[in-house]
Design a protein around this ligand. Structure first.
Ligand SMILES: O=C(O)CCC(=O)C(=O)O
Ligand SMILES: [Fe+2]
Length: 226
């Protein structure tokens, strides 16, 4: 993936979002701040209950197709999982979708379509940033459709026998899949510029199958490009 030297610039607006979401997570009795001097990330064990996780797994199994990548230099060995859109208009997804926005204090309209992902043994998602590199050719279209991806919320839907951890090599954070656990992090620095230390990967599953949902929040209302 092409990494430009400066992925983006400071922004008072994004800095304000970062601070307000962090304050909400800090105040949430369910949240555990992950120890890192370089990235702001929280874990909420048992965020989703078992029946809900099981229903989401079944929906992913019914809809999965090979995952795609947004990059100028994308290649098919970078992200080998399967994924699908989780339709926010459905009765099953809407409350989960709105619950995530509420947890972070963000407008649901700023959230992209929730992604379901499934990793079979040997599948992985190589190290990447969720934010957009503002030097890449896709940026003008992303800027116009809601701007930066400021926050990521991810939920593990099952326990995985071996492998499949979410690993932030620069921030020094590793989270093992555990059914119902939510992981949320700020993709920006305190000054609102993209935080390069949020580099992360979905490590290869070695035994079992891994299911997650991922939700990316923009800095403004998201308008899907048709
Ligand atoms: O599978 C993982 O643990 C990471 C997924 C991820 O990075 C993403 O969906 O953006
Ligand atoms: Fe990611």
């Amino acid at each position: 993936m092409a990494i430009t030297s400066v992925p983006g610039h400071p922004s008072a607006h994004r800095a304000q979002i970062g601070a307000s979401v962090a304050a909400l997570l800090e105040a949430d009795p369910r949240s555990i701040k992950l120890p890192s001097a370089y990235a702001a990330a929280w874990k909420l064990p048992n965020y989703l209950d078992v029946p809900t996780c099981k229903r989401l797994v079944a929906m992913i199994d019914a809809n999965r197709r090979p995952s795609t990548l947004l990059s100028d230099s994308g290649n098919s060995s970078f992200r080998t999982s399967e994924s699908c859109d989780m339709d926010r208009r459905s009765d099953e997804i809407r409350p989960i979708d709105e619950g995530l926005a509420h947890l972070l204090g963000l407008d649901p309209a700023w959230g992209e379509t929730m992604q379901g992902q499934r990793y079979a043994p040997g599948q992985y998602f190589k190290a990447h940033h969720d934010y957009f590199h503002e030097g890449e050719s896709y940026w003008p279209a992303m800027k116009a459709s809601g701007g930066q991806r400021v926050w990521t919320a991810m939920i593990f839907l099952n326990d995985v026998e071996e492998g499949g951890a979410t690993w932030f090599p620069q921030a020094g954070v590793r989270v093992k899949p555990k059914r119902g656990t939510l992981l949320a992090w700020n993709n920006m620095n305190l000054d609102g510029s993209p935080n390069t230390a949020t580099l992360h990967e979905g490590t290869a599953v070695s035994e079992g199958v891994k299911y997650i949902i991922t939700k990316w929040f923009r800095e403004a209302p998201w308008t899907p490009i048709a």
